[in-house]
Design a protein. Structure first.
Length: 387
């Protein structure tokens, strides 16, 4: 009898142990639901991410879809390097640089990334990746290499378009709905530190980041996907492999990723791409004035109720605003009957306006409100620095 009792207790113990392991490692076996194996993939049912009750165990399909269209960009330029340390005085620096034999010309190389956006050879990258370059080379994931031609650049948004003469090019797919949201999973593909194509994963941390002092026009996607030097110009994709942004900048005190990266959204990037291909540059609306944000001190000095609007700090002679009668010191309160919040709001709303159209301004001058109609001009192109 004792022997039978021992066999019974041992059997119960083994069964309870097995039940514990199954409930911990494979709970779906107990509920009757099918659970994907470690090597399988469950794709989301929408662009915003996985549907409720599903999980993505691998992003390999998304990477396989997008990675071939991400290229490495190598640039070479000539720089004049002083043979001795320069003094701190700018005037002496300029004088010494102009003296023959004081500097030596050397080749400088840099690297970045780019995204093939059209099958006929157009590549989207960052302006700072190719700025002042004497030669640009691109390397594809399939091993092909080619010399790239600069089609056009837009320093104010930090985007540039290159062209290569290759056939059978893999192209990225843009997110047509531009539906990226805070919390969505994103993947950054690029060439960090020149080690080769690399994919990192994170989420969208924030949208609409601006006032970072990086570009004139800023509307960044913030992500914690690791972005490092060399990633600039690469692709930020969603879990379906669609382009949601162009990786552009990082916040770092050490030169490496601290989990704060910034990407230009794919929607504005696509619009800039089309304009550069069509016109060679981006055409934006322009009033010919320099706006300044209203600080609390300025609001008090001008006896304003709040800090909404902008102060006209400068009027370009013979520009659209000058011809319409706008004066320095005017408080620009509204554009086309919509309140102006600050300088970023004004610039972003002016940018899509066509040259020759009319902008209706409401300004405050000497405590009195005035309405002015300004014929919109085209914002002058920013000149690329000589090299």
């Amino acid at each position: 009898m004792r022997r039978l009792w021992l066999i019974f207790t041992q059997t119960v113990t083994v069964c309870l142990g097995a039940l514990f392991l199954v409930s911990t490692l494979r709970p779906g076996w107990l509920s009757g639901q099918d659970v994907p194996s470690a090597g399988s993939t469950v794709l989301p049912t929408s662009g915003a991410g996985a549907a409720a009750g599903t999980a993505i165990l691998s992003y390999a399909p998304a990477v396989a879809r997008a990675a071939p269209s991400v290229v490495n960009v190598y640039t070479r330029k000539h720089v004049d390097v002083p043979l001795i340390p320069l003094p701190s005085d700018p005037g002496l620096q300029q004088l010494l640089r102009s003296m023959p034999g004081f500097t030596q010309r050397r080749n400088s190389t840099s690297l970045g990334s780019g995204v093939i956006v059209r099958a006929d050879g157009y590549i989207l990258t960052n302006n700072h990746v190719i700025e002042s370059a004497d030669a640009i080379e691109v390397s594809l994931k399939d091993g092909r290499q080619a010399t790239a031609r600069l089609v056009g650049a837009d320093p104010e948004s930090d985007l540039a378009v290159l062209k290569v003469d290759l056939d059978k090019l893999p192209t990225i797919v843009f997110d047509p709905e531009q539906s990226v949201k805070v919390g969505d999973v994103v993947l950054a593909i690029g060439n960090p530190f020149g080690v080769g194509q690399t994919t990192t994963q994170g989420i969208v941390s924030a949208l609409g980041r601006n006032r970072l002092g990086i570009n004139t026009y800023e509307d960044f996607i913030q992500t914690d996907a690791a972005i490092n030097p060399g990633n600039s110009g690469g692709a930020l994709i969603d879990s379906q492999g669609r382009l949601v942004g162009i990786n552009t900048a990082i916040y770092s005190e050490t030169g490496g990723s601290l989990g704060i990266g910034f990407a230009i959204p794919s929607g504005p990037a696509h619009q800039i791409l089309d304009q550069i291909i069509e016109h060679g540059r981006v055409q934006r609306g322009w009033l010919g004035l320099e706006p300044q944000d209203i600080t609390p001190d300025l609001a008090q000095a001008f006896q304003l109720r709040d800090d909404q609007g902008v102060i006209v700090a400068r009027v370009i002679p013979r520009g659209p605003a000058a011809r319409a009668g706008v004066q320095v010191g005017d408080i620009l309160q509204s554009l086309d009957d919509q309140p102006v919040r600050d300088t970023f709001d004004l610039l972003n709303r002016l940018a899509p306006m066509k040259a020759g159209s009319t902008a209706h301004l409401k300004v405050l001058r000497g405590g009195r409100s005035r309405s002015l109609d300004v014929t919109v001009g085209t914002r002058p192109a920013v000149r690329r620095p000589a090299h």
